[in-house]
Design a protein around this ligand. Structure first.
Ligand SMILES: Nc1ncnc2c1ncn2[C@@H]1O[C@H](COP(=O)(O)OP(=O)(O)O)[C@@H](O)[C@H]1O
Ligand SMILES: [Mg+2]
Length: 495
């Protein structure tokens, strides 16, 4: 529509959002406690905090969790404004180091975990102010009113009083994780503490670049160490040059992490990260203004497969292109713009290929070491009466194995093999190859699981028959087509 409507002549009806239903929908945004706490920490970082303290004490349903920072703080008016849902327009300009976006995080993250929370704050030279949202009161009064109440108020205002300036977010009705628990139940307490451990490792990952730059985040008084997915500084790391997209507002950089043989057991475990798994941590790492949003995900472009374990790709975004990347409210999802998909795929393919290469090289070294071993091709060329024929190698381990298992069927199997050999359309294959009508598919293209599973089975049999790990692997590497897949060797011994 091009012309502006004349609203003065149009009938109106009031349709204010219903307070309680709006808030209940905020609660359903889909935060986990890890992502919710990270969103509160974002605000502290944007407020220039140098120190952030995450504290909690287990008290069953009355458990309280607080996030305190020594950032610039807010005065009473600013605090009330900050407590308003949608306090900033997502389209407004943001400083390049501002981690906020929709003007919702403080509220949605808090409501996702609590029915009641307080924010207390102080600007330099001013006194402490505080306000709380209480969902039960909003439901009852059907109005968007903050209340000036916080249990154990002094404990939290005092924490800020001792700082030049700062803010404390207090979650005091943690109904998502503490409801229906009992303070003296060991089981509930254990679960809660496990959840807190997971929060801690999430923080160490999401904010690792800030921690490396000197930000202190304390968890129950103890400083959190950063977890760097790229293992910068570890021996054997390969970094590809960064590639600029979107006028340099996005930079993508592939890393090939060190092979296990280059790492100490501790270093190898470090690489497993918060998910405790190399495979879970392969993929893209998308950062928005250095804050990690996506941690190890192929963004729907590829699948996670063990032989890409060493491949991690950094994507750095500035905070003014998040609309293009569809950053969501929780700041946990990003989708590459269609326009740059091809470029991203090509950078990723290169890094992925290089990551497989590490395993392949390991396999090749092993093969060279044992190069005198007998090699088992699957097909062989034979000459009869001066003519070429192609036959299946009866000594190939897959066949000797089959013959040994197939009591009484051996002559049938041999007959089928003979029919395959005699009817294989050699002229047709040759003709197609010369005319190059369509590119031919690579062996096991898109069906590599069959190769991997067969290799694994064969490996297990060899081990069962007393072969050493190295011996078993070298035998397998001398069997067609397994010698094309040295990348699978690495994980043959895994459960
Ligand atoms: N810890 C804090 N210190 C100072 N100001 C804060 C803090 N947390 C929130 N604010 C203020 O409240 C506003 C709203 O925060 P939030 O709801 O998370 O939205 P956003 O971060 O997208 O702006 C922020 O823009 C900031 O001005
Ligand atoms: Mg925010």
């Amino acid at each position: 529509m091009s012309s502006e409507l004349d609203y003065s002549s149009i009938q109106l009806a009031e349709a204010e959002p219903d307070a309680s239903s709006m808030i209940e929908s905020f609660r359903a945004v889909g935060y986990s406690i890890e992502t919710a706490i990270a969103d509160i920490i974002d605000n502290s970082i944007s407020a220039n905090a140098n120190n952030i303290w995450v504290d909690y004490s287990w008290k069953g349903p009355s458990t309280i969790l607080s996030i305190l920072d020594d950032g610039i703080g807010m005065n009473n008016e600013e605090l009330i404004q900050a407590m308003r849902p949608g306090s900033k327009n997502p389209l407004d300009f943001r400083n390049e180091d501002d981690l906020g976006r929709f003007g919702l995080g403080l509220k949605t993250a808090s409501f996702s975990q609590t029915r009641k929370f307080t924010v207390a704050s102080k600007k330099e030279g001013e006194s402490v102010c505080f306000w709380s949202w209480d969902l039960d009161f909003v439901n009852k009064s059907h109005s968007w009113n903050l209340i000036k109440y916080c249990p154990n108020e002094n404990a939290y205002t005092e924490k800020i009083e001792n700082l030049v300036s700062g803010t404390c977010v207090v979650w005091w009705d943690l109904d998502r994780i503490a409801k229906d628990t009992k303070e003296d139940s060991e089981d509930s307490k254990k679960k809660f503490l496990e959840t807190m451990e997971s929060v801690k490792s999430h923080i160490s990952m999401v904010f690792h670049r800030f921690i490396e730059d000197g930000l202190n985040i304390f968890f129950q008084g103890r400083k959190i160490n950063s977890w760097d997915p790229f293992m910068i500084g570890f021996k054997g790391l390969q970094a590809k040059p960064g590639v600029k997209l979107q006028d340099g507002k996005a930079i993508i950089k592939g890393f090939i992490l060190p092979h296990r043989s280059k790492l100490s057991p501790e270093e190898y475990n470090y690489g497993k990260g918060p998910e405790d798994s190399w495979t879970a941590h392969q993929g893209f790492y998308v950062y928005r203004s250095k804050r990690l949003i996506v941690a190890g995900d192929w963004l729907g472009l590829f699948k996670k497969e063990v032989h890409y374990d060493l491949c991690r790709i950094q994507i750095d975004l500035s905070n003014d292109i998040d609309n293009d990347w569809q950053i969501d409210i929780k700041k946990s999802v990003a989708r590459p713009p269609l326009k740059y998909k091809d470029q991203i795929v090509s950078v990723a393919k290169e890094a992925r290929a290089q990551a497989i290469e590490v395993y392949k090289n390991k396999g090749m070294i092993l093969r060279r070491k044992l190069s005198n071993d007998e090699y088992f091709p699957f097909w062989e060329e034979k000459v009869r009466h001066g003519k070429r024929f192609y036959v299946i190698n009866r000594k190939h381990p897959l066949l000797t194995d089959l013959f040994s298992k197939s009591n009484g069927l051996n002559s049938d199997i041999k007959r089928v093999l003979q029919f395959i050999e005699e009817t294989i359309p050699v002229p047709l294959i040759t003709y197609q190859e010369n005319e190059n009508i369509k590119p031919y598919g690579q062996p096991f293209e898109g069906k590599s699981d069959a190769v991997r599973d067969t290799m694994k089975e064969m490996y297990q049999n060899l081990i069962k028959n007393g072969k050493t790990d190295e011996r078993a692997k070298s035998i397998i590497l001398n069997i067609e087509p397994f010698h094309f897949y040295p990348q699978y060797l690495e994980h043959l011994g895994d459960e």
